[in-house]
Design a protein. Sequence first.
Length: 238
Amino acid sequence: MDTPVRAIAYARVSTADQEAGITDQQQKLVAEVAHRGWTPVDLVADEGESGKDLDRPGIRSVLQRLADGEADALVVTKLDRLTRSTLNFAEILVWAKRLHIKVVILDLGIDTSTTTGKLVAGIMVQVAEWEREQIAERTRDAAAVRRAEGKCMGRPGVRDSVLHPGLAARIKAMRDGGATWQHIADILNNEGVPTVRGGTKWRVSAVQSAWGYVRDQRKDAVRVTLPEGKLRKRVRTA
């Protein structure tokens, strides 16, 4: 007999006094989970929290619980309730796919428990990757201009370091193979590979930098690493 899908619903409002907004989201979420015949696990809300990144107590708790196997699906009314960052959302989709977690976004019709939903999610991941590449290209172009002007470009990057030939390619290969940033850092630490700047301790940020990840330069944006998790058995969708 198939195991029913266990779902955690998530709601968010940007100001604490938007009681109507939270109530409306909660009603829609409860109705959607019931309509699907899924088992409700919890309904978590962040009140008075911005959606600019994932640095919110409610969503971080939800993601951790999903990673720990407490539920199989995340249900949200609108994408901007989850995050306003396309890159953040793409990372969640890739993370959820690896752990066999279903993601449902009602306003966009995204439902990774269905073939069509997976297709839409895949397109969004590709768009986010394009956006990331555009940011990286603009950064490289700006760096080339600064070098041509003889301006200091700061410390050397991994691609320019003769001490680490092929390291960026190796990190990319591990990442493409599904390894998390932390797992890659652990591997490099266990092997005693020095960091690009001669250090002895690889951290997630150092691995991302070595790979060529372009961070959001906004001072108010906080980078949140998605939690590790164990693969779960596939469960029925209805």
